[in-house]
Design a protein around this ligand. Structure first.
Ligand SMILES: [Zn+2]
Length: 136
């Protein structure tokens, strides 16, 4: 189990390579679960059920990752390892946990290509989508 903060959502090179070349295979799933435990299992479930969306906004070309959760949609910003979910707010920001499973799901989705790409205008994103995303 990975227990240090810096590698909390860092996918080991071996798994990253498998995801890039073969996608989410059973072998990959087993390795992710053994590295990340329950968080890995939940992240995989999110990815294979296609609940990771990549918004490419026009004309700015901004990219926003949205994870469709059970009740809400969450904004994930990989660069700064941010997620707008409750777990992130209550446990990650307080240092009680290292990362939520949405951050891991985004990484798995990006590496394997298992995400839905949505092209949207900056205006619609800012007015409609961003306001729907759950943010504390
Ligand atoms: Zn989260």
């Amino acid at each position: 189990m990975i227990e240090d903060k810096d590698s909390a959502d860092k996918i080991p090179e071996e798994i990253a390579k498998l995801l890039k070349t073969q996608g989410v295979t059973r072998e990959c799933e087993e390795k992710i679960i053994s590295a990340f435990g329950e968080r890995g299992r939940r992240a995989l479930k999110t990815v294979v059920s296609r609940r990771v969306k990549k918004y490419v906004l026009q004309p700015s070309n901004r990219v926003r990752w949205i994870i469709v959760g059970r009740e809400e949609e969450y904004l994930v910003i990989p660069l700064v390892k941010y997620c707008s979910c409750k777990d992130f707010f209550y446990y990650v920001m307080t240092g009680e946990a290292y990362a939520c499973y949405h951050l891991l799901a985004q990484r798995i989705a990006e590496l394997s290509g298992l995400f839905s790409e949505v092209r949207e205008s900056d205006e619609v994103y800012d007015k409609v989508i961003a306001s729907r995303v759950f943010i504390y």
